[in-house]
Design a protein around this ligand. Sequence first.
Ligand code: PLP
Length: 382
Amino acid sequence: MKVYLDNAATTMVDPRVVKAMLPFFSEKFGNPSSLHRFGREAKKALERARAVIAKKINADPSEIIFTSGGTESDNLAIRGIAYANRHLGNHIITSKIEHPAVLRTCNSLMEEGFEVTFLDVDEEGFVDLKALEKSITKKTILVSIMHANNEIGTIQPIEKIGRICKKHRVYFHTDAVQSFTKVPIDVRKMNIDLLSISSHKIHGPKGVGALFVRKGVKIKPEITGGSHESGLRAGTENVPGIVGFAKAVELSSDDDIRKMSKLRDRLISGLLKIKDSKLNGPRGKKRLCNNVNIGFRGVEGESLMMYLDTKGIAVSTGSACANLLEEGGTSHVLQAISKDLEFATGSIRLSLSRFMTEREIDYTIESVRGIVKHLRRISGFE
Ligand code: PLP
């Protein structure tokens, strides 16, 4: 049996997405900036896709800037705001559990003279709203707090964060790469100024994403050239990819969320029956519907992952990119939430998709149980 439980890293492109993309490689290959019929056809598809994505988050189509993915969207948001608003202040607030696309961008801005506050999180990964508000100074220009964490699935109270930012008149960016289509987003109601999303996490193609930029927000482009994407992101648009991204959004549904939440809870309760195990991150509605992250005492997460691979089950330790930020073999997210690092080093992340079945979940629970037992026996833990 083959079980793919690493959907937070990337997802299978839905065959219906591939079908929607195909004509844009061949007969509809035009450049959307061209004025002839080939160009107009591509432009129409591009603007239709923009409208689909805008509607999903209650934005205006003119506020959607297509990019090459979540990483570029995060970079454009943070650097773009920092460089355009430097005259107003040089302080940025973020959290310790952001994706490297945010953390490393902030680190690099620090080398250029910006000051960054990295907020602590509690043992379930939540930012303390009082600490956030307290850290805002006259020099603060941007708060960047992710919507849902890619390793432990914590969903931050972004509506409350948006309110705080609005009250203090600082821009609010949220990385919604993991939450988009899995948690309802309304950029107006949530007072979000900038929001990053990515196609390959939602059964769309890789190399496509978008940044929502609220009308009136002062931001500097990262990539200069032609006047594509409202002058904020030069370069001929990836039309097939963007069409696929929009199709993936149209295919997402509340039924998927319900289905994944149910299977997630089945997986969590099955795995927690293994003794000396611990769930990382919150439970229920405050947790991403497709995220499970569990630690086992006396086991190395890496070994567990490799043994599961031999059984056809793909999981991960931490996240694919977070490996870059590891210290002492433990992810920066687990270090930020854990007092007990033994659980952290013995943790694996299992992330579901709408294609998962109960049978696959049960096979995974049984396999993890057997492997944990084996690893504990050979390490002398039991
Ligand atoms: N932000 C988060 C929270 C992510 O999980 C990821 C991908 O792992 C990214 C950003 C980067 O997105 P992309 O792979 O589209 O560059």
